[in-house]
Design a protein around this ligand. Sequence first.
Ligand code: HCA
Ligand code: CU
Length: 471
Amino acid sequence: MCDCGDQRPTKMQRVNGEETQDLGESHVAVGSAVTAPKTENTALAGAQPFGASHYSDFLSNVSNFKIIESTLREGEQFANAFFDTDTKVRIAKALDEFGVDCIELTSPAASEQSRKDCETICKLGLKTKVITHIRCHMDDARIAVETGVDGVDVVMGTSKFLREYSHGKDMMYITKSAIEVIEFVKSKGIEIRFSTEDSFRSDLVDLLSIYQAVDKVGVNRVGIADTVGVANPRQVYDLVRTLRGVVGCDIECHFHNDTGCAIANAYTALEAGATHVDTSVLGIGERNGIPSLGGFIARMYAADRDYVMNKYNLKALRSVENLVADAVQVQIPFNNPVTGYCAFTHKAGIHAKAILANPSTYEILKPEDFGMSRYVSIGHRLTGWNAVKSRAQQLSLDLTDEHIKAATNRIKVMADIKDQTMEDVDAVLHVFHRAIANGQDVSHDKVFDRLLEQHNQSGAVEDETSETQAS
Ligand code: HCA
Ligand code: CU
């Protein structure tokens, strides 16, 4: 199994939520009773803490979009990817379990095994539609329609780069081939999409004329592909909005992430009227890939939590990511949306205080909706007494606010030298608690240092015993 997520710093406390992670011994997992945030009781309860109040375009599909999950097609183009049949089946089932609308598979014309795998996946009886992805060519189309797929995605390069250096065909030839393939696939009762590769470096007039021509012959979707990752959200909005006025069919969008705009572009495309977005798990694909399923889902959740929660099984995200990470031998990125190891960890004292009072203050995603947990990091110089107090309460140590503030100062002094583990923080609290019970004055550095040393030497077990005796 992937060990992603095991690097969690040792100075965190879990403040609520279901425990779903395999935390190491130094990680303190605490029940929700003491610090469960009281969202319902706050003045903000009536507000919509997890949804951005968005004004929207009348064409916007941010609350009505479909995901074409391309881990088994674009993802197979990732440098590290080699999926054997069993792995493909497991990924397909995991994506089905998550609830994506379609999965896209490598062309059956790519290799004999690709063709067989395509047939195998079609026979799994998944709820998700199974689509394959082919060149705009009758030879490929004939093979594709025999595999049992629900849909075929066709693509052909239209930019001058690709027309000149890749296939060498002109727009007339491209349009003619597209219509031939579309009519053939449709005649078999199979869904068909036509996309232009490198759309953002293609001539706008060429693009609109070919999309119009394929729409006229009844294509189910047209696709825009930012093959090289050159587009920015504003360009995306303009192109999709223009296309929306020209065709009646659905619009799919495919964005590469070379300049880090893939998810923003996908979101903007939906705002402009696109209907389908391509993703892959962890964003794997050619070069640095396309929108990650998890990042895209996080973005859409922030726009319309109800739509996303009702449609997708968000708690399955982590396992599908782990499955794919293992298959292509990468770690889950530390800053991954939702599942990155610190995605729900709050550190600064000001943040911790507010989070403990109401998580909506600093969270737009609710970790428990994704089967994740919220953490507060305590043992550092930016810590605050509210977080320390919450930890003392979890340890059932009865300390006044003044004592907690004094303990917090101690923690800061120690954390100025190096970050403190949760055990270090707990030791300070235990020393304070015991000293006060015994009438010792811990405001003297020497007294405190001696007691702390004694505590550390005697060990936590003995401490617990004296704790019970003292109280
Ligand atoms: C590629 C093809 C593609 C196709 C996208 C699509 C792209 O270059 O590998 O079918 O819409 O990025 O253009 O992935
Ligand atoms: Cu691509």
